[in-house]
Design a protein around this ligand. Structure first.
Ligand code: IVH
Length: 701
């Protein structure tokens, strides 16, 4: 496209020239829409783009008869931000719990052992002899490949574990992913899961090319793999050296094997790549030896690994162990120890969090640690700085492990510049100037500015739009801060009432970017309950707790009613909240406290006028079982299964398991030597089952 010639003034165009010009503009604008929306790679500024559209409009005004069918003015705003189609995984793609040392690993195998009770089970899960598949933990991104009748029909990224993105066209370009399964014996449909990764030599070559072309380089092979897979143009993906290792599966129409190891062997026969370093081990000592071997080999491997993964080999045991909220109980990742490096601390800055906490952060001379460039590290709190006597100008040891924020471990003695002074922690909020106070038994100092503190407001809004919350793209911290400053956004509801015409006029914005933001906001008017709860930013309520709450209460209306009622600490609602496994009294106090605050309820009501909260659709929970939606309590000793297994079974069948009997209890399962709960249940008229009756029920379900 040529933009060199100065366009002829609209007034001077004759009909023929106008016709040609409208055609050119329609094509040019469509071209830039594509670059902007589909490739995230605009070639012209917003101002230039707006000028094209204005010119198009001006010509159309003069020659209304010439308006084309494909005129940009006929399209409402710009084309929708297409991106990737969303895919709901038939079974969620969960993450793994981590072990950081041998003690954690031993504790994991002990917990597997403690899950079972029967003698014949216990022999198979004895930590000294349990069969375990041990595999390298590849540092890439997980991907689910769906094969139907042996054909690859869908490839999806993990996304948030429940919903991922459809990257089928891109995955088809990977040589290690067969379009059709080989051999025989595969079930009619199966989701094969594994890791898409980039080998180090390919990564370096790619970065060298990018550097030459003046493009930004990738920080590490993982980012390069992720960036390469999420390309809207699959010919770009095809040009990148991506590979795939299969190591797990999701939904399958039939049984695939009796052990994990057998499943891996099948995968190999079906033409999938399985990591040849994986090993079938017996007992904890063997898996630990495997981990030490991998740690020693790590540097020589062509790809990055950040640990090893252990999986209970017997799939019958695996099935019974099942899943906790976030991760399977039958597997664990044993991460390699943190990597350390030395660098200079330039200065200490203070960040203000959404609840007003003042967090000191070290600004560092950039340094690569374990393949990632680190420029900042957390200093935790003022006591930590004092204890380690960390000062500006010091040479410090920093470390990073996995996804954890890098930390300053210590100061290198003897390298301190002359005349340096101990760091003095501010007593005032660096943003709003309000007093920052520290409660006697707390480690953090908090800004008392509350609603007037811009930092807190902006942080709350930033949390609200963040990826795991409302996931509104294109509303970064800078924009939120500006909108807050100019009073365009004060509360979350305001995000849904923005005036996009006014935004298009703002400096740094234009019609296109305003339309893109509008699309991103409009796409989020429906939100799942767990995301919604997380987005509220209630103290202590992280993603995991939000999910627990959503899973327990299911609908927003139920949750809200229960939370408001939890104000009464003698009532059933408060007890029910405390009984949720994973929610302690401290957390319950914060949650109930949030709802006791009138201001919060007003903000919530306002928001609910803008968005619809959909019921939690917990995966893996049966809806047609006799236990679906029932509140179940266990008491006494069970003989066939441990309390943990019984609880896991009940939850898998859709029950809410509670710790105490109340008017809301549907079913009490009574083991040997049951005490007061059985009596209370009787008094309340709650149905009770013996252990045998319970076993009959779960076996039928
Ligand atoms: S198994 C339900 N095996 O690590 C368990 N994961 O921290 C599914 N990963 O999301 C995961 N190598 O992206 C498994 N051999 C391996 C792995 C592996 C790398 C990644 C995967 C997962 C993450 C969890």
């Amino acid at each position: 496209m040529s933009r060199a010639a100065k366009p002829e003034p609209v007034d001077e165009l004759d009909e023929k020239a106008a016709k040609a010009e409208l055609k050119r503009l329609a094509e040019t604008i469509a071209h830039h829409d594509r670059l902007y929306h589909e490739k995230d790679a605009p070639e012209i500024s917003d101002a230039e783009y707006d000028a094209l559209r204005r010119r198009n409009e001006a010509i159309e005004k003069r020659f209304p008869a010439l308006i084309r069918a494909d005129s940009p003015s006929r399209r409402v705003g710009a084309a929708p931000a297409t991106g990737f189609a969303k895919v709901t995984h038939a079974k969620p793609m969960l993450s793994l719990d981590n072990a950081f040392d041998e003690e954690d690993v031993r504790a994991f195998f002990q917990s597997v052992r403690n899950f079972f009770r029967r003698k014949e089970d216990l022999e198979r899960v004895d930590p000294a002899a349990i069969e375990v598949a041990a595999e390298p933990k590849i540092d890439g991104l997980s991907c689910s490949l769906r094969y139907e009748a042996g054909e690859l029909v869908l490839a999806a990224t993990r996304g948030d574990g429940i919903i991922g993105e459809d990257v089928t066209a891109n995955v088809r370009t990977l040589k290690t992913v067969p379009h059709r399964l080989k051999g025989r014996g595969w079930p009619d449909h199966i989701e094969i899961r594994g890791e898409v990764y980039m080998e180090r030599p390919g990564f370096f070559a790619l970065n060298a090319e990018r550097e030459k072309a003046g493009e930004p380089v990738f920080a590490n092979p993982r980012n390069a793999a992720a960036g390469s897979l999420r390309q809207l143009d699959s010919s770009i993906t095809a040009s990148r050296p991506l590979k795939f290792f299969a190591y797990a599966w999701g939904e399958a129409s039939g049984p695939i094997a009796a052990t994990h190891w057998q499943a891996l062997e099948h995968f190999r026969r079906w033409g999938l790549a399985v990591n040849p370093l994986s090993r079938l081990c017996r007992g904890v000592e063997e898996v630990l030896a495997f981990q030490r071997e991998m740690a020693a080999q790590r540097a020589e491997l062509p790809y990055d690994i950040d640990g090893v993964v252990y999986k209970v080999n017997d799939l019958d045991l695996e099935e019974r162990l099942g899943f906790a909220a976030r991760a399977p109980r039958w597997a664990i990742a044993h991460k390699f120890p943190a990597q350390q490096a030395e660098t200079k601390l330039i200065e200490i800055i203070i960040q203000v969090g959404r609840q007003g906490s003042l967090t000191p952060v070290a600004v560092l001379e950039p340094i690569t640690v374990g393949g990632v460039v680190v420029q900042r590290a957390t200093l935790h709190n003022e006591d930590e700085i004092q204890r380690k006597d960390i000062r500006a100008g010091d040479t410090v040891i920093i470390q990073r492990a996995g996804d954890v924020i890098p930390q300053v471990v210590s100061v290198v003695a003897g390298r301190r510049p002359k005349g340096s002074k101990p760091y003095v922690f501010p007593q005032k909020c660096p943003i709003c100037g309000s007093l920052a106070v520290r409660e006697p038994d707390e480690a953090v100092r908090r800004c008392t500015g509350g609603l007037i503190c811009a930092a807190q407001a902006v942080e709350r809004l930033r949390h609200f739009v963040s990826r795991d919350a409302f996931d509104i793209e294109g509303l970064g911290t800078k924009h939120i801060a500006e909108f807050w400053e100019d009073k365009l956004i004060k509360t979350p509801a305001d995000i849904f009432r923005l005036d996009y015409d006014a935004i298009a006029e703002r400096e740094g914005w234009g019609e296109q970017s305003a339309a893109k933001l509008r699309d991103a906001v409009e796409a989020r008017r429906r939100v799942a309950l767990d995301r919604f709860i997380y987005a509220l930013g209630i103290p202590q309520v992280g993603q995991q707790t939000a999910r627990l709450l959503a899973r327990h209460y299911r609908s927003f209306a139920r949750w809200r009613q229960a939370m408001v009622a939890s104000h009464d600490h003698d009532g059933d609602a408060w007890r029910e909240l405390n009984d949720i496994h994973g929610i302690g009294e401290d957390m319950a106090t914060d949650i109930a406290g949030f709802f006791a605050e009138k201001h919060n309820l007003a903000v919530l009501d306002e928001l609910l006028r803008e968005v619809e909260v959909t019921d939690y659709e917990g995966a893996r929970v049966a809806t047609n079982s006799p236990l679906a939606g029932k509140t179940v309590v266990f008491t006494g000793t069970l003989t066939a299964m441990s309390r943990s297994e019984a609880k896991a079974r009940a939850e898998a069948l859709g029950a809410n398991v509670s710790g105490s009997v109340s008017g809301k209890t549907d079913l009490l399962i009574v083991g040997a030597d049951a005490g007061s709960k059985a009596e209370k249940a009787k008094a309340l008229g709650v149905k009770t089952l013996s252990e045998d009756e319970w076993l009959a029920l779960v076996q039928s379900g």
